[in-house]
Design a protein around this ligand. Structure first.
Ligand code: IMP
Length: 422
């Protein structure tokens, strides 16, 4: 099957960057289909660590064409900075050649960031814990039909018209709310300058991808965040504002729905950054220990990630919603020396039991666990499944059994070669 979609199975940060980097060695196109620079995809390359926020992880492979799809919200100033940073690291980034940007992708501007931070402050203790990058407001403006698109940056008249409509809507409430108003002239200049820099890359990316698909090219669709942060299927309202699960892969690229393999990336334990329900969260010393062992600090905001046990109920749900046919299990090495527990069901507030993820009151369920014996060995140099300690093998097999998803790939470290294929 020439198209593969890679999605995070819980709340993001499962290690998609490494898996995409690995899969991209045999791929012609790597396409981001949603989210923005709220994402942080970490690659550990022979030359050191590289964190990508907006540019697809295939950029480190000279032969791949990397596409920022129409479903992504693009901060053009951030994008120019990310391109500069990669070029300074000696990476070959050529707009219009190995980096294409959809002309339909919506634009994030400074006003969106102000709005994001203001809205969070208004929510008080009910805050979402967003990354503060303006992602939600940019998507909201897309729905409100006052958004700016990358293609507008190349068309001075359209840009002026779009900016005037945008500023009229924003300033009607920004000023009374005490937010700095949108300065149309300054923003227009800034966006036109960014448009000039990005011009060669701004194309009808959907048409390029449809042609590539028709020609049998291998396409890798790179999800951002994770299925439980999906606007529709996640732990609403504690979600991001895009369709982070597989549903976003077609609408966010312009590819028609076609047969595709979906791979879900799951960490060997669970993490979440930001607010929202997390049934298996460890709020004790063990959680702190796991955070340190796994270096669980956000790659975009640096915030400490909340850590907890592997939740087979949530993973099975996300597997079903995303259509994943397999899981890649990451960070198994981190569990060295830890007791092992899998959540296999939830006790509901009314005393009932479920093994389905409820749409409401997830913060009020009590997880039910099975315990498994842990392992004390260092896994980082292991390259064959049957060379893993028996208890690590049992843990992987138990996850397969409880989620119903096969695990053919296990990652035992951040580096490209620290992988076990079964
Ligand atoms: P937003 O996407 O900045 O609006 O944030 C909404 C929620 O998604 C917050 O809980 C964020 O912490 C979370 N989030 C957004 N992007 C990522 C990511 O790449 N990894 C993990 N969590 C994320």
């Amino acid at each position: 099957m020439p198209t593969t979609c890679v999605v995070g199975i819980l709340w993001g940060d499962e290690g998609k960057g490494k898996v995409i980097d690995y899969l991209a060695t045999e791929t012609d196109f790597v396409v981001r289909f949603g989210g923005g620079h709220n994402a942080g995809h970490t690659l550990v390359l022979p030359t050191g660590k590289l964190v990508l926020h907006l540019i697809p992880s295939g950029i480190v492979h000279p032969h791949t064409v990397n596409v920022i799809g129409n479903g992504v919200v693009v901060d053009p100033i951030h994008l120019c900075g990310e391109i500069d940073k990669l070029q300074k690291r000696g990476l070959d980034v050529r707009l219009g050649q190995n980096l294409l940007l959809s002309e339909r992708a919506h634009v994030i501007v400074e006003a969106h960031r102000r709005q994001d931070q203001w809205t969070e402050a208004q929510r008080g203790s009910g805050k979402i814990g967003t990354t503060g990058r303006g992602i939600g407001p940019a998507y909201a403006d897309r729905c409100a039909r006052i958004g700016l698109r990358l293609g507008d940056l190349l068309r001075p008249e359209l840009l002026q018209r779009a900016l005037a409509a945008f500023a009229a809507q924003k300033n009607a409430w920004f000023e009374p709310a005490g937010l700095a108003p949108v300065d149309v002239a300054a923003l227009g200049q800034e966006l036109a300058a960014a448009g000039d820099k990005l011009r060669a890359g701004i194309v009808d990316a959907g048409a390029v991808l449809r042609r590539a698909h028709a020609a049998g090219k291998r396409i890798l669709l790179e999800g951002a965040q994770g299925c439980l942060l999906d606007l529709e299927h996640g732990t609403y309202p504690f979600v991001t504002s895009s369709h982070a699960s597989t549903g976003g892969a077609f609408s966010g690229t312009g590819l028609p729905p076609h047969a595709m393999r979906t791979v879900g990336i799951a960490k060997a334990y669970a993490t979440r950054v930001g607010e929202g329900p997390f049934p298996t969260e460890l709020k004790d010393d063990l959680g702190d220990k796991l955070r340190i062992a796994g270096n669980e600090f956000g790659s975009t905001t640096g915030r400490p990630r909340r850590c907890g046990w592997f939740d087979t109920v949530a993973v099975r749900y996300s597997g079903a919603v995303s259509g994943a046919s397999e899981l890649v299990l990451t960070n198994l090495d981190v569990l060295r020396g830890f007791p092992l527990k899998l959540c296999v069901g939830y006790r509901l507030p009314d005393g009932g039991r479920t093994s389905e993820l409820p749409a409401f009151d997830l913060d009020r369920v009590t997880p039910e666990f099975v315990e498994l014996p842990g392992f004390g060995e260092d896994l980082r140099e292991v390259r064959r499944f049957d060379a893993l300690p028996a208890n690590a093998q049992r843990y992987v097999q138990a996850i397969e059994q409880h989620t119903g998803l096969p695990i053919r790939t296990v990652s035992v470290g951040p580096e490209r070669q620290q992988v076990i294929l079964r």
